[in-house]
Ligand binder design. Structure first.
Ligand code: ATP
Ligand code: MG
Length: 212
């Protein structure tokens, strides 16, 4: 059964400029998805809607068969309990250390997960702004993986990393889907990342043009 279903979703920022048109998709647990497409085609917008950061203008999104806008629970509940984000710009809490950032979502010791992403003891105690862009990105990924959210949504998670590190992080995300049974959705421009995905969704001008 699919964990997330996108049913006929449309979105615009300005009503005369549709950004997403009648998107229909379904996502399953245990799979690693890549959303690809040219800059400006609506990838980040789609990810934000799936994650409950905003409401679609038309259509609906279901989590475990129920609308994420359901009365009583609503989008905030969806964001808090069902999904974890890795944003294009990290969104780390800037006055905290990596350890503290991961502890925001972790229920256990954050060091093993930070170490698995290449952040050592000393770096884990530094202020996050004193880390390199790639290291900050790894902390953002550690924070998402440490949460117990069944769905991980990542926007260009390897955009700031060198090829080897990018491959390593892609493998960690993929393993997380396959071994922990999560649904991992990654927006990417990278062919190397898309090649690792179980399902590749191609978006162009707000429409899904290919699923492979
Ligand atoms: N907050 C906003 N207000 C108005 N227009 C926006 C806003 N955010 C995005 N857009 C527009 O919506 C369209 C889709 O943007 P989106 O960020 O989803 O693209 P994207 O596929 O993620 O691109 P990229 O690969 O460059 O990140 C673009 O034309 C963009 O200019
Ligand atoms: Mg984007």
């Amino acid at each position: 059964m699919s964990v997330l279903e996108v049913k006929g979703v449309g979105y615009y920022y300005f009503s005369d400029k549709p950004v997403l048109r009648d998107i229909c998709l379904s996502f399953e647990k245990g799979k690693f998805y890549a959303i690809c497409g040219p800059s400006g085609c609506g990838k980040t917008t789609l990810l934000s809607l799936i994650g409950g950061l905003d409401e679609p203008k038309s259509g609906e999104i279901l989590y475990e068969g129920q609308s994420i806008m359901e009365k009583g629970k609503g989008l905030a509940w969806h964001r808090r309990n069902n999904v974890a984000f890795v944003f294009q710009n990290y969104n780390l809490i800037e006055y905290m250390t990596p350890k503290e950032n991961v502890l925001l979502t972790a229920k256990e010791d954050p060091m093993p997960i930070l170490k698995s992403l290449g952040i050592g003891e000393e770096e884990a105690r530094r202020n996050v702004l004193k880390l390199s862009g790639g290291q900050q990105q790894r902390v953002a990924i550690a924070r998402a993986l440490a949460s117990h959210a069944p769905v991980i949504l990542a926007d260009e998670p390897t955009g700031n990393l060198d090829e080897d590190t990018a491959a390593e992080i892609t493998q960690i995300l993929k393993d997380n889907a396959h071994k922990q049974g999560r649904c991992v959705v990654v927006v990417t421009h990278s062919e190397a990342v898309a090649n690792e995905a179980d399902v590749v969704l191609k978006l162009d001008h707000g429409k899904i043009i290919e699923v492979s």
